[in-house]
Design a protein. Structure first.
Length: 277
C-alpha cells in the first residue's frame, strides 16, 4: 500500500511537470498582431532588407533577376522555417525556358546557414505559374564556439532570387510571398552559456546615452540597424524546460529511494520474549 502511494505521487508529479513543457514545445510561433501591417516590399541588399515579424506574410512585386531581401529575429531554442512562393502573373509574357529559384538564409554575421531540410532550390517549368521553396534552419543555440557556424540569437536575413534563367526572360514581373514560423524546441537544445548581446547589426557600435549628460546631441541616441526582437525580448537561453526535467528527475530519485527502503524494510512482527526469562 505504501509503495502504491509512492508510485502514484511520482506519476502525478511527472505529469504535472511534463504538461506545461510539452505544451510549450507544441505551440507554434505567435502570429503578428496586425496582419495588415505586413510589408509589401522587399529590400535589395543586406543593409536595406525589409524587417518582418515571425508569423507575418510579407509580399513583394519585383522583376526576374532582382535580389529580394528580408530580415527577421530568432531567439535561442527556436527552429525557424522560412517559406517562399514565387508567382508569375497571368499578364506576364511567355517564358522561353525553365528557371531555377533559390532561397538563402544568413545569420547576423552574414554567414550562410545550412537548411536542416526543405526545398531550398527548385526549378520552375516553362509553363508553370508558381514555385514554392522552404528552408528549415537548425535550432538556434544560446552560445557556440567562435569557429563554429551554429545559428545564434539575433537577426536573420533571407535572400530570394533566380539563379538560372535565360537572358530573354530577365525583367519579367513576378510576385513573391514570404513567411517565417518557428517551433520552440525547448530544453532539448539548451546549452551552458549565452551571448552577451544578440547578433543584431549595429548593436556593437551603437552609442550609449550618458545619463549624467544634459546634451541633446543626436550622437547619444542608439543607432541599431535592426529594430525587431522576439516577443518578450531576447532571452539568450537562460531558461528552458531542462530545469523542470532536472528537478523532476531529482524528486523521482528521492521517491525511488523511499520506495526501495519500503520494499527492503522488514514487515514481520518482533519476536516475543518468553515470560519468566
Amino acid at each position: 500500500m505504501r509503495i502504491a502511494h509512492v508510485l502514484t505521487a511520482a506519476a502525478l508529479l511527472l505529469g504535472s511537470a511534463a504538461a506545461p513543457a510539452l505544451a510549450d514545445d507544441a505551440s507554434p510561433s505567435p502570429s503578428a498582431s496586425d496582419d495588415s501591417a505586413a510589408p509589401t516590399v522587399a529590400g535589395t541588399s543586406f543593409r536595406a532588407a525589409t524587417e518582418i515579424e515571425q508569423g507575418q506574410e510579407a509580399t513583394a512585386s519585383a522583376s526576374t533577376g532582382d535580389y529580394l531581401y528580408w530580415s527577421f529575429p530568432a531567439d535561442a531554442g527556436q527552429r525557424p522555417t522560412v517559406a517562399a512562393t514565387v508567382t508569375f502573373p497571368s499578364t506576364s509574357a511567355a517564358r522561353t525556358g525553365a528557371q531555377s529559384w533559390q532561397l538563402d538564409v544568413y545569420d547576423g554575421l552574414r554567414r550562410r546557414q545550412a537548411c536542416q531540410y526543405g526545398a531550398q532550390t527548385r526549378t520552375l517549368a516553362q509553363d508553370a505559374s508558381s514555385v514554392k521553396l522552404s528552408c528549415t534552419l537548425r535550432t538556434v543555440r544560446a552560445w557556440s564556439e567562435q569557429w563554429a557556424n551554429d545559428p545564434l540569437p539575433g537577426t536573420y536575413y533571407v535572400r530570394l532570387t533566380v539563379v538560372d534563367v535565360a537572358t530573354a526572360d530577365l525583367g519579367q514581373p513576378v510576385d513573391a510571398e514570404l513567411r517565417v514560423d518557428s517551433k520552440d524546441i525547448g530544453g532539448a537544445a539548451a546549452v551552458d552559456g549565452s551571448l552577451s548581446e544578440p547578433l543584431v547589426p549595429g548593436i556593437a557600435t551603437s552609442a550609449k546615452s550618458d545619463s549624467d549628460s544634459d546634451s541633446d546631441d543626436d550622437s547619444t541616441k542608439s543607432a541599431v540597424l535592426s529594430s525587431l526582437e522576439p516577443d518578450g525580448g531576447w532571452s539568450s537561453g537562460w531558461w528552458s524546460d531542462r530545469w523542470v526535467w532536472t528537478a523532476v528527475g531529482g524528486v523521482l530519485a528521492a521517491l525511488a529511494g523511499i520506495g526501495g527502503y519500503a520494499l527492503t524494510k522488514g514487515t514481520g512482527r518482533p519476536r516475543r520474549t518468553p515470560s519468566g526469562v
